[in-house]
Design a protein around this ligand. Sequence first.
Ligand code: TXA
Ligand code: MG
Length: 331
Amino acid sequence: MQTKVEKINAKSLNLAKKLILEGEIVAFPTETVYGLGANVFDEKAVKKIFEAKGRPSDNPLIAHVADFETIKLLATDISADAKKIIEHFMPGSLTVVLRKQKSVPDIVTANLDTVAIRMPSSAEARAFISACGVPIAAPSANLSSRPSPTIFKAVFEDMNGKIPLILAGNDCEVGIESTVLDMTTEPTILRPGIITIEQIEKVLGKKVNTYSDQNRKVNSPGIRYRHYAPTIPAALEMTGDVKKVLNFYDKLMSNGQKAVILCLEEYTNIFSGKNVYSLGKTEKDAANKFFLALRECEKNYDYIIEMFCPKTEEGFSVLNRMTKSVGGNII
Ligand code: TXA
Ligand code: MG
């Protein structure tokens, strides 16, 4: 299949709509990461998403909407607290898990009786969803287990030849995926993101659970799979132990492996003379740059050393992705 890459405009949105309504899948930008979308109600089309990504079928997808009315088509038993969350954080980088309506096919929710719903804040994403006129089931537009795509070129890397159209929009502003909040029980964060527990607690006026290992297994199947893996080995240092990082780096280099240190800009002086990739000034910058950093470093080096010792909740959400990207290789 030939993959078209089109800038977002009236013409490409029209083509996207046509493809979606014909049962095809289309990649599109959001403010978090690029998504790979299909008509929620078209089981065959949704199946194509799992095939293109190589995604395990027991990992459910998020239903993306562009307006509040559509949420009622997909979800039921929306509690007063869930309403508060929806009104306060949508559109935005938060996904809410609710009881599903029967109309949502089982393939979308991996047979769960809940559905994850998100209304992106990105105008481009909403233009795409509105143009299609149906809710859009979409995971991140990467091959399963690869870093999520934050620029359209990263989507092309993974999806060229597998999908008919990539809508090429802005680079993603947030850079990590949405916060996933389960509102079918006591409010529980299933995946941390740029919208923080603190913000959510403030809106609800009550404590919000964080994902415990127990919850993770039961509630968010996606969490048990390998995620965000670069094509080269990677290790993580998360206490800010510069000496440890330098020792590890020197050992790799003396073994003939070209290593690179991924860290915030404030550390780049300490590592001067070494191969360094800056994640920017702030922990929010790191969220924005991290996935692209993995994709760029794997092309130029043999080993990635991630050094990150977060101080903010946003930073901890980045650390969550980093921990997965190294597959447990913590130094
Ligand atoms: O920012 C985002 O959320 C991006 C963009 C494209 O919107 N999408 C995204 O989708 O990250 P994906 O499929 O890569 O991650 C969805 C996560 C998975 O961990 C999945 O297990 C969880 O949401 N999820 C989906 N439906 C669920 C449900 N009914 N209950 C619990 N977790 C669910
Ligand atoms: Mg994903």
